[in-house]
Design a protein around this ligand. Structure first.
Ligand code: NAD
Length: 354
């Protein structure tokens, strides 16, 4: 019998084992979750903005708390991890809890990568790192990324009350950062029926809940819906290969040390305008969810940010744009449209001008 199936029609879908505890007040479950993992001496990593919640969590952990580290930094610099590791070895740490944004979660992953201790992640932004098996670390200005299922926190506690303190600017940019994970999952080469479903629900959830949250930042229901949609976006990031948008954010962010969520926010509509004509299935899905002009909808969200909205505002030198385009073109991530130097430089110019 002749086999007429193309090898490329075989799809592999992998899901990481993770226990998720979610809902208002869920942070109170953290000590039980730590106990469930059998950890007796945990390191608590706390983002500075979550200092008060960190104090309460430290009290609640009681004798299981062995040490606390309050200085996680963006892009997980190795010297910062080494500082935390001195606590880990000195205090005989057997578990790590991260309370904060992607920077705190990244540091906990870096500790787990070096020790194998179990992690509990308690995210306070929408970055999504808590559900991915990816760790990006920087050393001497170079960012390297590794992927290993062992890096993913086994327990995630989502408490929308911890996101209420986000400013409107951080709420907007962090949510659009999450939106970018879901949008790129729609045109990923390894998209599956599961990731299409996750991405579609995530885009719809973010585009619906973000305006509600911005209208009333203390609305816990809307905060919860936005956090859930961002969780799905994180799963998209974990389960598909990201394309041009994430590559540009990675290369620009590394070259000019730019703020993660703001950079994602100002780039996304430009990349959508570039890619969607070459990604008809993703475009059709986005049309159904976001209305007839998804690019305009995302551009309007980005433009309304009360902080930097262009690469120029972020301090990127115009003469550096072509070099960024050259680096991307030399080794492009999988993307519906193969980037060439001229069109990519034009995209970057547009993002620079705004
Ligand atoms: P972040 O953790 O650096 O936080 C940004 C700022 O927001 C910080 O000043 C922080 O103190 C503050 N903040 C955090 N939560 C807050 C809250 N609830 N209220 C008020 N302020 C708050 O930034 P981020 O955008 O969450 O994460 C970005 C980092 O995560 C980058 O280093 C990025 O590379 C990494 N990341 C990694 C992955 C992955 O899969 N490995 C995925 C996404 C992001």
């Amino acid at each position: 019998m002749t086999d007429t199936r193309a090898p490329s029609s075989i799809v592999v879908h992998e899901t990481l084992p993770v226990r998720v505890v979610i809902g208002p007040g869920a942070r109170d479950a953290v000590p039980d979750e730590v106990a469930r993992l059998g950890a007796q001496r945990v390191l608590l990593v706390v983002t500075r903005s979550a200092a008060d919640a960190g104090d309460r969590l430290a009290d609640a952990l009681g004798s299981r708390l062995a040490a606390r580290f309050d200085r996680p930094a963006a892009h997980t610099p190795v010297p910062v991890t080494e500082e935390a590791m001195r606590l880990v070895t000195g205090e005989g740490i057997d578990g790590v809890v991260a309370l904060g944004g992607g920077s705190a979660v990244g540091l906990a992953k870096a500790v787990a990568a070096r020790t194998g201790v179990p992690q509990v992640a308690v995210p306070t932004t929408y970055a999504g790192s808590e559900v991915t098996p990816v760790l990006g670390e920087t050393e001497n200005g170079v960012k390297t990324t590794r992927r290993d299922p062992a890096l993913a926190p086994g327990t995630v506690v989502y408490d929308p009350e911890l996101t209420v303190s986000m400013s409107p600017g951080l709420t907007r940019t962090s949510a659009v950062n999450a939106l970018a994970h879901a949008v790129e999952a729609l045109w990923a080469p390894d998209a599956t029926a599961v990731t299409d479903g996750l991405a579609t629900e995530s885009v719809l959830g973010i585009l619906t809940a973000l305006p509600e949250v911005l209208a009333d930042p203390a609305d816990l229901g809307a905060r919860g819906r936005l956090q859930s949609a961002a969780w799905l976006a994180g799963l998209c990031l974990a389960q598909t290969r990201m394309g041009l948008h994430h590559q540009l954010a990675h290369v620009l962010g590394g070259a000019f040390d730019l703020p993660h969520a703001e950079l994602h926010t100002l780039l996304l509509a430009h990349v959508m305008a570039y890619d969607l004509p070459a990604a008809p299935a993703a475009a059709a899905r986005l049309d159904r969810i976001a209305g007839p002009d998804p690019v305009a909808a995302v551009a309007a969200l980005a433009r309304a940010h009360d902080g930097p909205t262009t690469l120029r505002d972020l301090g990127v030198p115009r003469e550096g744009l072509r070099g960024i385009a050259e680096r991307v073109v030399a080794q492009p991530y999988p993307n519906p449209r193969t980037p060439d130097l001229e069109s990519l430089t034009a995209l970057l110019e547009a993002a620079w001008r705004g």
